[in-house]
Ligand binder design. Sequence first.
Ligand SMILES: NC(=O)C1=CN([C@@H]2O[C@H](COP(=O)(O)OP(=O)(O)OC[C@H]3O[C@@H](n4cnc5c(N)ncnc54)[C@H](O)[C@@H]3O)[C@@H](O)[C@H]2O)C=CC1
Ligand SMILES: O=C(O)[C@H]1O[C@H](OP(=O)(O)OP(=O)(O)OC[C@H]2O[C@@H](n3ccc(=O)[nH]c3=O)[C@H](O)[C@@H]2O)[C@H](O)[C@@H](O)[C@@H]1O
Length: 433
Amino acid sequence: MRISVIGCGYLGAVHASAMAELGHDVIGIDVDEHKIGELASGRPPFFEPGLPEILTSATASGRLRFSTDMADAADADVHFVAVGTPQSPDTNAADLRFVDAAFEALIPHLAEGALVVGKSTVPVGTAARLAARIADAAPHATLAWNPEFLREGFAVKDTIEPDRLVYGVGDDHAASVLDRVYHAAIEAGTPRIVTDYATAELVKVAANAFLATKISFINAMAEIAEVTGADVTQLADAIGHDARIGRRFLNAGVGFGGGCLPKDIRAFAARAEELGRGESVGFLREIDAINLRRRQRVVDLAIEALGGSVNERKVAVLGVSFKPDSDDVRDSPALDVAVQLKGLGAHVVATDPQGIENARVRHPQLEYVTSTEDALREAELVVLVTEWSEYRSLDPVATAQLVSSTSIIDGRNVLDPAAWRAAGWAYQGLGRP
Ligand SMILES: NC(=O)C1=CN([C@@H]2O[C@H](COP(=O)(O)OP(=O)(O)OC[C@H]3O[C@@H](n4cnc5c(N)ncnc54)[C@H](O)[C@@H]3O)[C@@H](O)[C@H]2O)C=CC1
Ligand SMILES: O=C(O)[C@H]1O[C@H](OP(=O)(O)OP(=O)(O)OC[C@H]2O[C@@H](n3ccc(=O)[nH]c3=O)[C@H](O)[C@@H]2O)[C@H](O)[C@@H](O)[C@@H]1O
């Protein structure tokens, strides 16, 4: 099929490349000329495992092209809209200006029978509003909403082998077109839920709200564990054996961040307020508050570990991206901790295998080094805040040779406390003795 993907960021660039990998003829459109230039040359503008390979093969085959000109999307049968929906600074609601601009730019180019498919995460009610706009301005086209559930770091696999497909549609035809787009996944038996617009929009924010709730739940248990001497990692293992609960997303630590969970729960709460049902998801504010308290807890532990003040003390911060295998620093707990420590006068040296460039743009005041060894050298405190595999596998004995004081805060509970203590370290996890 001929497909356009409008918005080529973390979601859209992967979606466009994966659709081409599946054999479709794809054009990616973005307003960012630099990004389009990079993508057209086969270079991903961000780090995502597996993306370089499929981007290179698809651009070389001619099945994947990129443009900043919406007119180049005019002959597509299906247009995916994957532009950003960031948090509005004042209200916490989703800022829909990019979605609206993309639709307005696309509408004049819609061919007879074209299907427009919303992928961006939007407040419930948006699709119905945009469907009405299309019915008015381009009645020969139709709208579907097909939320995306990919995780950064696994985005290629999640797109090619999704665990479910959700179609919010106004008619059966839209569903059959989407079945053709996703024929490989459908043939592989991927569950598919065909529903109305409002349910599809809500599925997306409900899924992220549930995941955020699961993380904040275990972090709340970590807070209780901290004052009782209990071990939250063992607690998670024990309750996780109950199949109704499950062990995944029960890793206590510095909490969730990124371009989605934090903004999506805030936008959901804001939308519920607009709908007069703020109390129904009022707990999401508590989920957010628990999450942000974890960042503060790491900062407080750092102050404690350094005897009451971090001022002018060298702190090695391991990790700036919001999770491993990603260079994304949007609302990163790791970067937030680094910035707070710097604000308190610490000499922060931050490192990350992929996130430094993005972090430097946002927080040029921090000192960044590319080598873990350089970050650790002469550090008076080590703070592990993003669990990249190279930090998880640090050898406590060798690491002790580099630092000036053997004190570590394991903000992701990924190190073996016994091994680190045996090597002479003052080890502090989050909610584990
Ligand atoms: N990043 C992720 O893992 C996932 C993101 N989502 C949702 O997907 C949407 C996009 O997220 P990201 O890709 O992370 O954001 P992003 O900020 O990385 O990418 C958005 C892209 O849209 C482009 N854009 C803005 N206005 C445009 C316009 N009028 N025409 C064409 N392009 C335009 C921007 O230049 C940018 O490249 C958001 O709603 C997000 O919540 C959903 C699932 C996963
Ligand atoms: O809407 C989105 O954009 C996406 O948001 C999340 O994906 P992502 O943000 O890429 O990453 P996650 O793996 O969900 O991790 C989010 C944050 O939670 C943290 N986390 C995760 C799991 C856990 O047990 N504990 C924990 O603190 C991670 O460190 C990270 O900061 C969802 O998992 C995706 O399904 C969804 O499509």
